[in-house]
Design a protein around this ligand. Structure first.
Ligand code: SF4
Ligand code: SF4
Length: 328
């Protein structure tokens, strides 16, 4: 199979979009975040995008049905759909005699998923208390790499100011997965279409916990291109995403709820009152800024190819006030 056939296979298996990157585009990545350490003999990485169905955001947008985004819009994609698609896809590559490492959007026990640590250490910082390298020249397990950077390298789109990956098909309404393989494949060019993120800052304005800075940014060079995104406060995002803001969480009624929904670490808050779905993730806030506001903006600009007969936002966004949010 050549690159075209392999990408067609990925779509037949259930991916919405797919691109290929060569491994040299990861040159310069921090050791703990370099996917080449996972499969040193890999020749290419396929990156697949799975749309978040717009309908899974409807209940949160209306303020009436929150379980759907957490389950069908979040955990089910990462925990069920991606593993199934990757399983079928990788079997076909192995039938052709090539190894294929399936990597859905789960890095649950990564050594470097430090985004929610109270010490505010950053992704990529080693955590010697967690694990140690099996040889001196290797990173400590588990290596974590950014699927968003991988998707950029595979030409699927841009990283927006919100640090969400934005595609010309779905905007930020997409979840990513990857396959490392020793099958030689031609890489896709980096995305060179019309710019998607125009720095409108609506993601930052609508974020329920102001986790997205409007002024502070992270700059980096990837595959020869200068990239920049907001310096996200991951602790704020992790809490906000799980319902830390009383204005956007109708399940926060009492003082006990306030403590439950806002107690670090995020894993504890995630277990409170409304449990995670499929054992992972609880998006009570419905990605108010980084997905919904951004998606609406890009749609109004006519930038997305996945078009709908009717608009997403048809009512003024809801917000709880003291009047309708009082301790009983
Ligand atoms: S909301 Fe605006 S600034 Fe934020 S990522 Fe989307 S397009 Fe960029
Ligand atoms: S998920 Fe919610 S809290 Fe996190 S950055 Fe997006 S809008 Fe902000």
């Amino acid at each position: 199979m050549d690159s075209t056939a392999v990408k067609q296979l990925a779509r037949e298996c259930g991916a919405d979009i797919v691109g290929v990157t060569s491994m040299d585009r990861f040159e310069g990545a921090p050791k703990q975040m370099d996917p080449r350490y996972i499969f040193p003999d890999a020749k290419a990485m396929l990156v697949m995008g799975f749309r978040i169905l717009r309908g899974t955001l409807r209940g949160v947008e209306e303020g009436t049905f929150f379980v759907n985004y957490s389950s069908m819009g979040y955990a089910a994609i990462n925990q069920i759909i991606q593993p199934m698609v990757l399983w079928h896809f990788c079997r076909r590559l192995e039938d052709d005699g090539y190894e294929a490492v399936p990597i859905p959007n789960i890095f649950a026990w990564s050594n470097t998923v430090t985004t929610v640590q109270p010490d505010k250490s950053k992704i990529g910082d080693p955590r010697p208390e967690f694990s140690r390298p099996v040889r001196p020249d290797l990173p400590a397990p588990d290596v974590f790499f950014s699927l968003r950077i991988a998707a950029f390298c595979a030409g699927l789109g841009e990283i927006g100011w919100s640090k969400m990956f934005i595609t010309p098909q779905f905007g930020p309404r997409v979840r990513l997965a990857a396959v490392l393989t020793d099958m030689p494949l031609d890489p896709d060019p980096l995305y060179d279409g019309p710019p998607l993120c125009d720095r409108c800052m609506l993601c930052a304005r609508d974020c329920s916990t102001q986790a997205i800075s409007k002024t502070e940014s992270i700059k980096t060079t990837i595959a020869g291109r200068e990239l920049e995104w907001s310096d996200i406060d991951y602790m704020k995002c992790s809490m906000g995403f799980c319902g830390a803001s009383p204005e956007y969480n109708p399940f926060m009624i009492t003082e006990e709820d306030r403590v439950g929904f806002t107690t670090p670490t995020y894993g504890r808050a995630q277990q409170y009152k409304v449990p995670p779905q499929y054992g992972y993730g609880r998006g009570l806030e419905g990605a108010r800024g980084c997905i919904r506001a951004c998606m609406e903006h890009l749609t109004q600009q006519g930038k997305l190819t996945n078009r709908f007969k009717n608009p997403f936002r048809v009512r003024k966004p809801w917000k709880l006030t003291d009047d309708n949010h009082a301790d009983p």
